[in-house]
Design a protein. Structure first.
Length: 745
């Protein structure tokens, strides 16, 4: 017998205190110059504030900018340095002043020049294309699909291919939809689509790569107008609670795909007058919150009150793992200044801090920089601190230090490198010491691209899978447990991929039916057509990749039933009526005739594009309920189907709906096959041939005493099993689908 375990108050408190760390970097300024190991010599930049961006190949690009100096306006050309520090791209600031450049996964550059109405694309120094957006100041972003997105003057979200197709002069337009926002509004790329920061930077709206408007979060989500979001679009925002000395905040994580708040970190987690400044998402769904709260000694605030800068580390369910206090003054009496935080794709957090060292002689103080690397997940120190300092000994020559000159609160990082734009100066570091501003490529072992940008542009391709099984519950094997690990987790993933689904049974059984590979079984219970190619489902993403996969040889799919509203229709058949002319019947029929054809056509075309070398078998739906004439006697196995407007009317209406859905599916395939030779790769697999189908007579209430379907009156652990094929039904599916594929030419 288990017993309730009680934790003593002192022990519980010690657990809280264990998560609180006061971090004082061991790096302090030396009297002589100390610069961390660099990847290559620093390079001069002609402006003191300019955007930097990095590529997966290890390049860094300094964007165009300008600065007012005592001698006039100084411009910065667009310059790219390779991983070895050699100049690989140089674009003049006159015609090519890309002031917010972005790079794709191969290192090509995209941006809009000052006052230009064009979006420009470059491979090295060669312009690939320029696209008219009819407004200046556009802010492009690279999507997970490799395409380039921007808002034009007509307030439309435009997606463009990175390359120009042979014989063309313009990139292919892959998206053109009305969007909230205007030219110049910031865009964020996620694994599933684009977020638009609009209304002068006060609101956010989500769109999929397929053009579906997912809308905006509801409620008070604008507590942080930086709109921090992770690679999957999870938006982190604070809300304030309490007042005065007890004021604090809580952090929420909003999921735009489910349109719900995934979690909220309780305000008691922070407490003691805590307030947030910036939030940095971490890979996996957590976040690090940078803020302040009252200084704590022994778990209680000091008197008089003193506020400390703090990093709060939250995991993927909102639990605080650790908090680290960052004193404003170190043991040497040096004062901390600005802080720059960046998280990389591997979960490292890089903290760069400005410091001021005081002297007893003129110029009385010099700046220096410290660099610390933590785990973004738990706050552990991962590498020894680094210090970048100048000379503070006036007997050894000029006194000077190094001060960060950055335009954002984040540092710029790339593979193995932290890029610090720093000014060599002393005292208040005022004036126009522009010539002393350089970019220092500091070596940081194991560092990746900045998160979430790096995770998005480096979205890996799907693993090779010669056979891919797509679709809904009839293909996933709903109703036939056990299910694959990770696909039966309530609230997270209920794709219910059965280990005995028909696709599993036939995979790898013949030369025409190759094996799955590592990621071929993708069907998911509850899927609609959008989930196949556009709208992620069950925390997994969409079922087909964003880019074509020529290695796929075979695709099977059942889809359309949930678009028709199969579950709602079946429910009415059981608890009310679904007879011809009923609301349930009319609703399903309207969707079959007016909504589903367009959805099926789009989905089939997307699959044809995704798997350009595959044969694609669209699997129909079997009849679930037996054919019952008016004269048929009562049947205790399905009494719920007897009470339509006419006797057994519900049963006949249910069969009619399945038949009409199958007819619409096969009709759409016939139409598409007629359009091109390539489309003849699409084929329909009929489930209900009266002469050969093993399903005939084995429907619920069929002539056989052995049904191939889960019935209402059976003891099912999950109501979703009802009206789905049981193990015998999946075996029958395998017989029909496998036989059709093997018999085809």
């Amino acid at each position: 017998m288990s017993k309730t375990r009680r934790i003593s108050v002192p022990l519980a408190l010690s657990g809280v205190l264990a998560s609180l760390i006061v971090y004082v970097s061991s790096g302090t300024a030396a009297a002589a110059e100390s610069v961390p190991e660099l990847q290559w010599p620093p390079v001069t930049a002609n402006a003191d504030r300019y955007p930097l961006t990095t590529s997966p190949q290890g390049d860094v690009t300094i964007g165009c900018g300008s600065t007012h100096t005592d001698s006039g306006l100084v411009y910065q050309d667009v310059v790219t340095y390779g991983a070895a520090g050699t100049e690989t791209r140089h674009l003049d600031h006159v015609n090519n002043c890309l002031n917010r450049p972005v790079v794709d996964k191969v290192g090509d550059l995209y941006g809009a020049a000052n006052a230009s109405t064009y979006l420009q694309a470059y491979h090295n120094n060669v312009e690939k294309w320029r696209y008219q957006v009819n407004c200046s100041g556009s802010w492009p972003v690279v999507g997970a699909d490799g395409n380039i997105y921007v808002i034009n003057s007509a307030k439309r979200l435009i997606g463009l291919s990175p390359e120009v197709e042979p014989g063309q002069t313009q990139p292919k337009k892959v998206l053109d939809i009305p969007a909230l926002g205007r030219c110049g509004d910031q865009l964020r790329a996620t694994t599933f689509g684009i977020a638009v920061i609009w209304d002068y930077g006060t609101k956010v709206n989500y769109y999929t790569y397929g053009g579906k408007n997912l809308g905006a979060p509801q409620g008070a989500y604008t507590g942080d107008l930086n709109f921090p979001m992770d690679a999957d679009g999870l938006l982190f925002y604070p809300t304030w609670v309490g007042s005065g000395s007890t004021a604090s905040f809580k952090v929420s994580a909003y999921n735009p795909l489910t349109k719900t708040v995934k979690w909220t970190a309780s305000e008691s987690t922070f407490g003691n007058g805590a307030s947030p400044w910036l939030t940095f998402p971490t890979p996996g769904g957590g976040a690090v919150v940078w803020g302040q709260r009252q200084k704590m000694v022994g778990g209680v605030p000091t008197v008089p009150s003193e506020y400390m800068q703090v990093m709060f580390f939250l995991n993927s369910v909102g639990q605080k793992i650790k908090e680290i206090e960052l004193p404003k003054q170190n043991s040497a009496g040096d004062l901390a200044g600005n802080n720059y935080v960046t998280v990389d794709t591997s979960g490292k957090l890089v903290l760069v801090r400005d410091w001021k060292k005081y002297l007893t002689f003129s110029p009385y103080n010099v700046p220096y920089i410290t660099i610390d690397v933590f785990s973004a997940y738990n706050g552990d120190v991962l590498q020894a601190p680094k210090v970048m300092s100048g000379n503070s000994d006036n007997t050894q020559g000029e006194v000077y230090g190094y001060k960060i000159k950055a335009s954002t609160a984040s540092s710029t990082i790339g593979p193995g490198t932290l890029y610090i734009p720093a000014q060599k100066c002393a005292g208040g570091c005022t004036g126009s010491s522009i010539g002393n501003v350089k970019v220092y490529p500091v070596k940081i072992t194991g560092l990746g691209l900045d998160y979430p940008r790096g995770a998005v542009i480096e979205t890996p391709p799907w693993p090779a899978s010669p056979y891919v099984a797509l679709g809904d519950s009839f293909s996933s094997g709903e109703g036939v447990p056990p299910f694959e690990s990770g696909t039966d987790e309530t609230g997270l993933n209920t794709c219910h991929r059965s280990t005995a689904a028909y696709a599993r049974l036939i995979a790898g059984t013949s030369a025409k039916i190759p094996p799955f590979g590592t990621n071929g079984f993708r069907a998911c219970s509850g899927a609609v057509t959008d989930n196949v190619w556009d709208l992620p489902q069950a925390n997994e993403g969409i079922q087909i990749g964003l880019n074509p996969d020529p290695t796929i040889q075979l695709v099977t799919i059942s889809i359309g039933g949930n678009d028709m509203g199969f579950s709602d229709f079946a429910t009415q058949c059981v608890i009310s009526t679904c007879d011809v002319g009923s609301a349930a019947y009319n609703t399903a029929l309207n969707k079959i005739n007016n909504e589903i054809p367009g959805k099926l056509e789009t989905t089939y075309k997307k699959i044809l594009q995704y798997a350009p070398n595959a044969k694609i078998y669209v699997v129909g739906y079997p009849q679930v309920i037996a054919d019952k004439p008016v004269s048929a006697p009562d049947d205790i196995r399905c009494v719920y189907m007897q009470d339509g407007a006419t006797r057994w009317g519900d049963a006949r209406a249910a069969r009619d709906i399945v038949q009409k859905l199958n007819e619409k599916i096969s009709q759409k395939i016939f139409e598409l096959r007629a359009l091109s030779t390539d489309n003849t790769r699409l084929r329909f697999v009929f489930m209900n041939d009266p002469a050969t189908s093993p399903f005939v007579g084995r429907e619920i209430c069929g002539v056989s005493t052995t049904s191939y379907f889960q019935n209402v009156d059976q003891i099912n652990p999950d109501r979703r099993y009802i009206f789905h094929p049981n193990q015998l039904g999946q075996n029958a599916y395998a017989t029909i689908v496998g036989g059709t594929i093997n018999a085809s030419s």
